[in-house]
Design a protein around this ligand. Structure first.
Ligand code: SDX
Length: 390
């Protein structure tokens, strides 16, 4: 019998590291980025400013933010060969697979990024990832539509450039809707970091082998893809659509969840850490009403989501298990109203989470106590046996 005899399935009771980046109190529904409450950051900041805060530890001065923004604008172009990378993929490819593959491919253009302790390389890789991930994401979206890729427009803000890359076409000028732009910037802020969630832990684990930052982030994108993690926002919209199409009552669906029929779950509900409410879900729900009203969108799926929440929160099954809406429960309805197809929802989560992944990779990389992630196991297989005579 070697190793430890107890297994902490899913690391529910294991701290893998110490970190200065994000603080969560699951009982009180507290989330802080470098000490600032998520409510304050979401109300007063922007995606790029919050990214700077998470990565460098403090809010930037106006000059620092201007320089950071300018550097990112200057690196939005992809190498022309990389644009052709997308030609080899089917238009049916899920954008999350496109994203992780293209980010991995990105490292082949920057061989020098493999010197993971070269501060200059880490700095330029940070800027390149922040600048190019949205472009890759928009290309994945255009690829799925069979539409021509646009080039980034560096005269626009980060979010407006991203919106134009997704919804603009070569045929006519594109006007960004300020309601969409502001709402998307706020949603991206809400996703920027969340301490040791599965995808961030993946980025740290891969980075702990001294793999370069692009390969580590690509691994994080793959972890986020799963429906139990970032893929939940796409799964929620599918669930709401199925309830609507089936004509089944919300109560009936909830009963099926409680009976665990074919493993059906209430997607967008539950959280490993939050046991009273997810502070982000409250902010997203407020945003859903604001954005749909401002866009003049009436979506029955939002009404179904609100009904589902009300029924679940009044049901002992969910109360006993401390199941509440998480960040993924209402985001899909907003993304849909903005014009994004469901398969792009988790891509939006990835763009949001990128600054957190980068911040954690850098913190891990700078920590001289970092050891390669290599947990023990409890062996329960065959005892030693002789090779058969054949
Ligand atoms: C994200 O970690 C993070 O911070 C993640 C995230 C981030 O910002 O990075 O916040 C983003 O991933 C949010 C979660 C998105 N996933 C979903 O919405 C998928 C549905 N949720 C579940 O899969 C689940 O709630 C998890 C994965 C989120 C949390 O799972 P845990 O902590 O491992 O809890 P568990 O699976 O052990 O469940 C405990 C009980 C079980 O009941 P019993 O079998 O003991 O009777 O609650 C039940 C579960 O069956 N349960 C659910 C449920 N979630 C848990 N039952 C119905 N529907 C659900 N959604």
């Amino acid at each position: 019998q070697t190793g430890y005899t107890t297994i902490d399935q899913g690391f529910v009771n294991t701290s893998s590291t110490q970190s200065k980046i994000t603080y969560i109190d699951g009982e009180k529904g507290i989330l802080r980025y470098r000490g600032y409450s998520i409510e304050d950051v979401a109300t007063n900041s922007t995606y790029l400013e919050a990214a700077f805060l998470l990565i460098y530890g403090n809010l930037p001065t106006a000059d620092e933010l201007g320089e950071f923004d300018e550097k990112i604008r200057r690196h939005t172009l992809l190498h022309e060969d990389l644009r052709r990378f997308f030609d080899g993929l089917p238009s049916s490819a899920h954008p999350m697979s496109v994203l992780s593959s293209a980010v991995s491919a990105l490292s082949t253009y920057y061989e020098e990024s493999s010197s993971v302790h070269d501060r200059e390389q880490v700095e330029i890789s940070t800027i390149r990832l922040l600048a190019k991930l949205p472009v890759i994401a928009a290309y994945a979206h255009k690829k799925s539509l069979g539409q021509a890729f646009l080039y980034p427009d560096n005269s626009l803000s980060f979010v407006d450039n991203f919106l134009k890359l997704n919804f603009g076409t070569m045929a006519e000028p594109y006007e960004v809707n300020p309601v969409v732009s502001k709402a998307l910037d706020r949603l991206l802020i809400l996703h920027e970091d969340h301490e040791q969630n599965a995808s961030t832990s993946t980025v740290r684990l891969v980075g702990s082998t001294q793999a370069n930052i692009f390969s580590s982030i690509s691994a994080g994108i793959n972890a986020l893809y799963g429906p139990l993690h970032g893929g939940a926002n796409e799964a929620v919209l599918k669930m709401l659509g199925e309830i609507k199409e089936s004509g089944e009552s919300v109560e009936k669906f909830v009963e099926r969840v409680k009976n665990k029929e074919h493993g059906v779950k209430l997607m967008g509900f539950g959280h490993r850490v939050y046991k009273n409410f997810d502070p982000r879900a409250k902010l997203v729900k407020e945003s859903a009403d604001e954005v749909l009203t401002a866009l003049g969108v009436q979506d029955p799926l939002l009404d179904i989501a609100k009904e589902l929440e009300a029924v679940a929160l009044a049901d002992d099954y969910f109360i006993e298990r401390k199941l509440y809406p998480n960040v993924d429960f209402y985001t899909g309805v907003i993304y849909k109203a903005m014009g994004f197809p469901p398969r792009m929802f988790t891509v939006l989560f990835a763009i949001g989470r990128l600054p957190g992944w980068i911040a954690h990779w850098r913190e891990m990389n700078e920590d001289t106590n970092t050891k390669i992630g290599r947990p023990q196991q409890l062996y329960i297989g065959e005892p030693a046996r002789d090779w058969p005579v054949r």
